[in-house]
Design a protein around this ligand. Structure first.
Ligand code: C5P
Ligand code: MG
Length: 269
């Protein structure tokens, strides 16, 4: 126990909750012994790799970053904001994932339709990210640098907008070759104008299916049985479930402690 808290002092903080501390310790020791060659990291993006808030203000999600006059008009902003009533449903601990699922599809679909109507230009995305207050979490540089040094694949599964996500990590200088992204990507026409979203929609509660079909094709993940799974949503722990791997689930959350403690091994709040 002492050795453990010396090695990872953060885990001794009172803001870190674990349902079964001794089992988590064993798992971490086993993962350490197996080494970097056995490890893969799977992470959510918005509010997991990015901050939830900064100086009392919410940090924008990849969808929120698109709310910039370079990309969408005032009327579209109003319509998208009206749809924010779906967010409390997404995080409602009293509803099941099954209940939430159709509503999430509705939310994402309506917003994506509004965005397509705006004829968003690909060459404006980088500026929109620059002008936004997007912010990765403290310590992100060390996290990304260490994983790339050790050649540990980092798979980012996000229900956000892939093109924006890529630009955020590119502008933070951590879009390394070991980083793989599965997300909702925009489909632009030949003139660089948004005409659709590619592939099957990924929302908070269907990440598993999307993730699995993509992850199956990733050679980098073969032979890496240990998974560190990071997420901020109760939809997130599903990512690794059918991958037949040992997992440690770490998550950041302000509230809804009880349900999170039942879903994740380690909860940072
Ligand atoms: O990366 P992650 O999967 O967390 O990205 C999805 C997040 O984006 C959701 O948690 C949701 O709250 C947020 N979102 C949003 N606007 C939308 C749809 C989703 O801010 N129109
Ligand atoms: Mg998230």
């Amino acid at each position: 126990m002492k050795l453990f808290s010396v090695q990872i002092p953060e885990l001794a903080k009172c803001s870190v909750l674990m349902r079964e501390r001794s089992r988590v310790e064993e798992t971490i020791h086993a993962m350490q012994r197996a080494g970097a060659g056995s490890l893969q990291v799977i992470s959510d993006f918005d509010m997991t790799l990015t901050r939830f808030a900064h100086n009392g203000k919410r940090v924008p999600t990849t969808h929120n970053i698109l709310d910039n006059r370079l990309l969408i008009d005032e009327d579209c902003t109003k319509k998208v904001n009206l749809l924010n009533t779906y967010y409390p449903i997404e995080i409602d601990a009293c509803r099941t994932a099954e209940e939430k699922l159709p509503l999430m599809v509705e939310w994402w679909t309506k917003v994506h339709e509004l965005l397509i109507q705006q004829r968003i230009r690909k060459d404006m995305l980088a500026r929109a990210v620059e002008e936004s207050s997007a912010m990765l979490r403290d310590g992100y540089k060390l996290f990304f640098d260490r994983l790339t040094e050790q050649q540990v694949p980092l798979l980012i599964f996000s229900a956000g907008v892939g093109d924006v996500l890529e630009e955020v990590i590119r502008q933070n200088h951590v879009f390394y070759p070991n980083v793989h992204i599965i997300s909702n990507y925009m489909d632009f026409d030949q003139t660089g104008v948004l005409r659709a979203f590619k592939g099957q929609l990924i929302h908070t509660f269907n990440k598993r299916e999307g993730a699995l079909s993509h992850a199956a094709g990733l050679r980098e993940l073969q032979g890496r049985p240990n998974v560190l799974l990071l997420g901020d949503s109760l939809g997130d722990p599903d990512h690794g479930e059918e991958m037949n791997v040992e997992e440690t689930r770490i998550l950041k959350v302000e509230e809804r402690k009880e349900s999170y403690i039942n879903s994740f091994d380690i909860v940072c709040w």
